[in-house]
Unconditional design. Structure first.
Length: 482
């Protein structure tokens, strides 16, 4: 009856894998849960839109498990700031693998639901502020058209969480095609047998890349498509000025979806060295360094696949190295094509790269706002920014207009730009205002920000570009929220 009434369609597949890969773990109960937000649009997509208010509280506070589900916390490892570490779901429990109406499988995970065997001395809780933040960011990324985890519900637990001071506790219901990470492969490679690695790989292939099952060298082709999908993902990050902030291998999903939004932020003033994460003191995960970190993480993933590519280790290494060596060319091609879209160049030529490079040099020199510069160009207007007053930028703009004029269809050029240049992003200062007000019980700014970021490409006649207060980002820091 529970399954029929509430549209849960449970299929426990991960718990059929070798037991080293998970721990059966119910979430801790919330004594006084309060619903803060329920994503009804996402719930409809999932076929989970028939819950009563009490059922929402019960399921997404951890107080009730869907009938037939086996809640688990997953084991994984990871390279964190370049160092290998044993990890796992330290504050999250997978409460359901749910089959959606369109037959897609999704993990339904409670984040901040209490201690697990992988908590490593932590309390397994999350602050309400960090939960609200991930909701804003993940949903904004979704509407920007970037593969990402989704946020289904926010529950205020009614208990206090202690960090450097006392905070309200919160639980986020996170939805993802799976929580299998690069770090999961690292765990299996280092702590499991080759047979268990083969079982795990077959599972991942079936779940995410079933088209590869009929190919000759499944592991090699798997690596190739994972690499290409992640290049597309990071190029998308670069397109909108997104800085993940903690690109450890445990935060890289094998399905190439953005996950783990702890210290993320959006860049305002264009600078490849931009860092907001308080723990990234040396700029390892800066905006411009994200492609390099992706390459490093892919090398680590490749090492886990060596036993699967060939029985001859040297041959495996050589085959994987050949694929990795193609990273730079493939990334550069995808990145330049993305930038050509941002400046409206149709049928680009190699020499058009000069236009892209020179624009970014000028934007860096004049500390131009990344989003607003491209949005203004998309509207063929001038933004009140220093760069638009500079002679060298005016010359660049004339050269650019001559180039796009070749297509003989300005409207097509500008429409292309508007599809790839958001006019609205979750600006850091707006996020902080929304969070500050929300933790004091006022959710007006939170709801307003969700509304703004749900239509990032709406170029209206009276579109007003957001402007970050002068100096705000100079001292702005983000935190993991654990």
């Amino acid at each position: 009856m529970d399954k029929k009434r509430n549209h849960w369609n449970i299929n426990n597949s991960y718990s059929k894998l070798p037991k080293k890969l998970y721990s059966k773990q119910p979430p801790e109960k919330s004594l006084n849960p309060e619903k803060i937000y329920f994503n009804s649009n996402l719930a409809s997509e999932l076929g989970l839109n028939k819950f009563s208010e009490n059922e929402i509280l019960d399921y997404f506070s951890g107080n009730k498990i869907p009938n037939g589900s086996i809640p688990i916390s997953q084991a994984y490892a990871g390279h964190q700031f370049g160092r290998f570490t044993m990890l796992g779901d330290g504050r999250a429990v997978l409460i359901a693998e749910h089959i959606c109406p369109h037959n897609e499988r999704n993990d339904i995970q409670l984040k901040g639901s209490g201690k697990t065997p992988f908590s490593r001395g932590g309390d397994g809780k999350a602050t309400l502020s960090s939960v609200l933040r991930e909701y804003i960011m993940s949903e904004a990324m979704h509407y920007l058209g970037i593969p990402t985890s989704r946020s289904l519900a926010i529950i205020k637990t009614g208990e206090k969480v202690f960090r450097e001071r006392e905070y309200d506790g919160g639980i986020l219901t996170r939805v993802l095609s799976s929580h299998i990470r690069f770090g999961t492969f690292e765990f299996v490679r280092n702590y499991c047998s080759k047979k268990e690695l083969e079982i795990f790989f077959s599972y991942v292939l079936e779940r995410h890349y079933s088209d590869l099952k009929s190919t000759k060298n499944q592991a090699l082709n798997f690596f190739d498509i994972v690499m290409k999908n992640h290049i597309k993902l990071v190029v998308d990050w670069m397109r909108v000025g997104f800085i993940h902030g903690v690109m450890n291998t445990d935060n890289m999903s094998i399905s190439a979806e953005t996950i783990d939004y702890g210290p993320c932020a959006f860049m305002n003033v264009f600078n490849n060295d931009t860092v907001f994460s308080s723990i990234d003191r040396f700029g390892r995960y800066s905006f411009g360094n994200q492609p390099k970190i992706l390459h490093s993480n892919l090398v680590i993933l490749a090492n886990t696949l060596i036993p699967l590519v060939s029985n001859n280790e040297d041959e495996s290494i050589e085959l994987l190295k050949d694929r990795i060596d193609k990273f730079s060319n493939y990334y550069n091609e995808k990145w330049y094509n993305m930038m050509f879209n941002k400046i409206g160049i149709i049928n680009p030529k190699y020499e058009d790269r000069i236009l892209v490079d020179s624009l970014l040099e000028l934007m860096s020199l004049y500390k131009a706002d990344y989003t607003n510069t491209f949005a203004s160009l998309s509207m063929d207007s001038e933004y009140e920014d220093n760069i638009f007053k500079q002679d060298d930028f005016k010359k660049w703009r004339l050269d650019w207009k001559k180039r796009i004029k070749i297509s003989n269809n300005y409207e097509e050029n500008f429409n292309l730009m508007k599809l790839h240049n958001p006019v609205q992003i979750p600006r850091n200062y707006l996020v902080e205002i929304a969070l500050k007000n929300s933790i004091n019980g006022d959710y007006e700014k939170f709801n307003e920000l969700l509304k703004i970021t749900s239509k990032p490409y709406d170029y209206l006649e009276k579109t007003k570009l957001q402007k970050t207060p002068v100096g705000f980002d100079d001292s702005y820091k983000t935190f993991c929220g654990t």
